[in-house]
Design a protein around this ligand. Sequence first.
Ligand code: SAH
Length: 263
Amino acid sequence: MTASSFDNIRIVLVNTSHPGNIGGAARAMKNMGLSRLYLVEPKEYPSEKALWRAAGAMDVLDNAVVVETLEEAIEGCGLVVGTSARERRIPWPLIDPRQCGERCWQESGQHEVALLFGREDRGLTNEELQKCQYHVHIPANPEYSSLNLATAVQVVCYELRMAHLIEKEGTPLGNVEWDVPPAKVDAMERYFEHLQQTLETLDFLSPDNPRQTMTRLRRLYHRIRPDEMELSILRGVLTATQNYIYHTDKRLAALEKDSGGEK
Ligand code: SAH
């Protein structure tokens, strides 16, 4: 094996009581791109409730491998990670979901990887946890740290997906292609001049005592980083403001002239 792949990562649910959680886990897996589900001695399975909760992830359930022992479920795996809602008596190498995602994703290029999830009421036994190289704990509210089983599967699978996306695209959402190029520095400078003139005409800025206003406005616009279209709208607003002032001044002057003539 050379390239990391979700095909080499299996999700193992041990002794699940509620079939709804099996369906929920299948859905969580498929949403994140995983498909290999192992069920160790599920209490009630197959089940309508599992199908219902799986929604569009029925294929994951159809292909689920049902086995009698944990040994069968993890056979041939080079890395086994156990999830735990609480700390156990014997300390064990403990990682968080992010580290788990990165490690499992990376190692899935070298060998088969298994992630174990425990029973709704008791989690995984110490014996089962001792088959794992790492334990992963979702750092939940310490006063109520036990997540629903399918929810825990969701969190762990989400981190696997993040690790995969970061490797593939550098960022989880890829880079958004903007529709308009960014405004260039010289256009920004022209805008700042235009803005300053307009603010002076409005008597908002005093040329003799400008204080820090223009500096702060420059910082504001640089933080926004307008594109060419946005900058042209902003300049349009300034031009409209200046035209309005010009015409208002002219009207006022004409009125004054008229009333002056009457005197
Ligand atoms: N009362 C049980 C809780 C089991 S919750 C206990 O104390 O262990 C069922 C399963 O969901 C757990 O076995 C584990 O696989 C997963 N899980 C729930 N909360 C988790 C958490 N905070 N971190 C990691 N796994 C968790």
